[in-house]
Design a protein around this ligand. Structure first.
Ligand code: CMP
Length: 139
């Protein structure tokens, strides 16, 4: 079974879209194992997005993701990484396939409604940043 970290980002939180996005993932058979609302601080944002630290948009991305509280979730399914990325659509909402979360709700490449882990290895690291083992439930 694969797991993935999903973040409901500030632009989606501000528009009250957390429930509908989480519902879309559950409707696809993804099992919700953990969920919390939190306000990421700069340190957590820099660790979470460390892979992008040399990109020109890094500082703006950190400022954005720390601008409001977000929802962090862990989802599980066979092939969860690919399945979630199909539900979310392309990173840039302008390129996201019709009917995907980002096509429906994303505003632009930064304010793209959600984050989802892009590999099993990164999912493991990202989940550990946000959740302790006893916050993850297999019910
Ligand atoms: P996410 O899946 O959270 O992972 C990294 C984020 O960086 C990505 O979604 C986008 O929100 C953001 N991002 C990627 N490319 C760009 C870009 N060219 N300009 C601004 N933000 C970007």
């Amino acid at each position: 079974m694969e797991r993935s970290l999903v973040l409901i980002k500030p632009d989606a939180m501000e528009r009250g879209l957390g429930g509908i996005i989480i519902g879309r993932l559950q409707q696809q058979g993804l099992k919700l194992l953990a969920m919390k609302m939190l306000h990421m601080d700069k340190g957590l944002a820099e660790r979470h997005y460390a892979i992008h630290k040399d990109k020109p948009f890094f500082n703006s991305l950190v400022e954005y993701i720390t601008s409001t509280p977000i929802i962090a979730c862990v989802f599980e399914a066979e092939g969860a990484i690919d399945l979630i990325r199909q539900v979310m659509g392309a990173t840039d909402p302008a390129r996201a396939e019709t009917g995907t979360v980002r096509a429906d709700f994303g505003l632009d490449i930064q304010r793209n409604a959600t984050h989802a882990s892009d590999s099993v290895e990164n999912a493991h690291k990202e989940i550990e940043l946000f959740f302790t083992a006893d916050e993850i439930f297999d019910c």
